[in-house]
Design a protein around this ligand. Sequence first.
Ligand code: NAP
Ligand code: G4F
Length: 338
Amino acid sequence: MKKALLTGVTGQDGSFLAEFLLKRGYEVYGMYRRTSLEILDRLLPVHKEIHLVQGDMTDATSIIRNLKEIKPDEVYNLAAQSFVPASWTQPVSTGDMNALGVARILESIRLLDPTMRFYQASSSEMFGKAQEVPQNEKTPFYPRSPYGVAKVYGYWITVNYRESYGLHASNGILFNHESPRRGKQFVTRKISHAVAKIKLGLLDYVELGNLNAKRDWGYTGDLVEAMWLMLQQDNPDDYVIATGKSRSVKEFAEEAFKVVGMDLKWEDEGLNEIGKVDGRIAIKVNKKFYRPAEVDFLVGDATKARKVLGWKPKVSFKELVKMMVESDLKLLTSNPNA
Ligand code: NAP
Ligand code: G4F
């Protein structure tokens, strides 16, 4: 039976990947950091089937101990401070976790057992102020946040350990991926949750930032398969994983209101726009959600992943939005405070 160690197992991607690997017969070990609360919500369906071990990306000893004791065949590094705005308020700790954390794992693998295969959760945020459209594996990076800068280090240290020491280390350059388990701070879930609340009469309106930012939004359940496929190849490599279609925050909101049978209309209010449903304000812009430097437009070209890994996305944008809004409706109907 193959053993996999996942960092960031309590996160959105960690929970999906854990389920995916269990279905393929893996013995799954999930590393989580100690918090004052037990936050294993996302793992509820499978937490009894996986081995939970404590560790922190900033603590090399915990990484070494886990690798030494578990002896995994595959290591998936999903742990990160993943919320881009928080990287401006905590630039140094973001670098410690998202950049140096990757070096800590790679160096531990090299010293303990260089045959362990390694996956690094790289990000389309590295393309930032995108230098070409669409973005592929050869597109130069131009990160626009401390988060993006740290991810560029994580990417290159992974490439460097592959080239320096022959490690089976691969980068998945994943574009935004969403699901009902997405954190509520991220814009898609913030919208699906707000739309469900507005429909149920629990909220009047939601405040958002830049409505014109465009992202290549895929379904997390589809994207975790690509992570696994990368580690099944004879040769390690780097892959863009994306749907190839980009939508604005506005379009996401329009689609989300459609799911609950509401028609969202935009009106100009001086510099700001407002979104109205049946003549009532449902979306306001608040500049506090704007970023010091924005990533305006991302769209990925996953041709290499399609050709080499045989990977392609299955869930469409419409299906994704529907899944998220319906899940939040169900959640809030059973618990209006959720
Ligand atoms: P997420 O839901 O925020 O999960 C992040 C995970 O990292 C959580 O389990 C978190 O633990 C853990 N973590 C944070 N700091 C840690 C530390 N110091 N030590 C150990 N664990 C720590 O993010 P996600 O959406 O699943 O993303 C997974 C990975 O993919 C991240 O590296 C992210 O940067 C990257 N990525 C995500 C996307 C996307 O669209 N989702 C796209 C490209 C790349 P707590 O629960 O304790 O906070
Ligand atoms: O949902 P977001 O916060 O995701 P963002 O910044 O694209 O980052 C996510 O995807 C990356 C992959 O490209 C990951 F690496 C990263 O870990 C994370 O998972 O924001 C998306 C867009 C931004 O342009 C933002 O300015 O939505 C815009 N936006 C508009 N109003 C908002 C809001 N974002 C948030 N979070 N909240 C708003 O109210």
